[in-house]
Design a protein around this ligand. Structure first.
Ligand SMILES: O=C(CO)[C@H](O)[C@H](O)COP(=O)(O)O
Length: 228
């Protein structure tokens, strides 16, 4: 199985957890896209659900797949959210998310969910968060250079990601900027999350400690289900 087959296997397993009548949070990214596609097939077979997407991209995929969309104005609680991740810490199931720039909506939807199921292939689990990927941080555009300097003073190497096609600075669905912050392996995820929460100009960050209720890891042979 290649990586896409593994992503698809985890996504299909997660889609099978969705039951009729549920309000479902739809994650963002390539793994979540397989899950949205599968849920669309189940909807075509008669599954009745409502969905809250975590990005404009996932909303478009959901509409194309025939999945009905709702909002928090109509449903304040989400039964299950299924989303990908960039890193999963093996021992704690803390996550880094948001390299697809959807972290703010992803965290709002995950926080409102009874169950938050994370779907990953075997390249995503790590011993310590920050081993492989930076922590994306969503910041307001005003003074983002000053916010970046503040993050650098905390020990991060900061990069402003640009869109591949146009070279423009990446702007989120919320009109904010993303700063990718490399801290290296993170000793205390909750302490770093609290420090990031305290910086003026930071809207949200991609550290998701103690949020996943299930992590589905697709290996070559099987889909493993990890719980905290
Ligand atoms: O957090 C995310 C987007 O903001 C994605 O879930 C994360 O980047 C994983 O993406 P992929 O499934 O494409 O590897």
């Amino acid at each position: 199985m290649n990586v896409d087959d593994c992503k698809r296997a985890a996504a299909h397993y997660a889609a099978s957890l969705v039951k009729p009548g549920m309000v479902v949070g739809l994650g963002t990214g390539s793994t979540a896209a397989f899950m949205i596609e599968r849920l669309g097939e189940r909807v075509a077979e008669g599954l009745d659900i409502l969905a809250i997407p975590t990005s404009e991209e996932s909303a478009a995929l959901a509409r194309a797949a025939g999945i009905k969309i709702t909002t928090f104005a109509e449903h304040s609680v989400v039964d299950i959210t299924i989303d990908g991740a960039d890193e999963v810490e093996r021992k704690t199931l803390h996550l880094i998310k948001g390299l697809g720039a959807a972290l703010l909506r992803e965290k709002i939807v995950a926080q409102a969910s009874r169950r938050f199921v994370v779907i990953v292939d075997a390249t995503k689990p790590v011993n310590q968060l920050g081993e492989r990927v930076p922590v994306p941080v969503e910041v307001v555009p005003f003074g983002y250079e000053a916010t970046a300097a503040r993050l650098e003073a905390m020990g991060a190497k900061v990069i402003c990601p640009r869109r591949k096609l146009t070279g423009e600075l990446l702007t989120t669905d919320n009109g904010n900027r993303i700063l990718d912050c490399s801290f290296g392996p993170i000793e205390d995820v909750q302490a770093l999350a609290a420090r990031l929460d305290g910086i003026v100009g930071v809207v949200e960050h991609g550290l998701f400690p103690n949020m996943a209720t299930d992590v589905l890891v697709a290996t070559e042979r099987e889909v493993e289900q990890w719980t905290p």
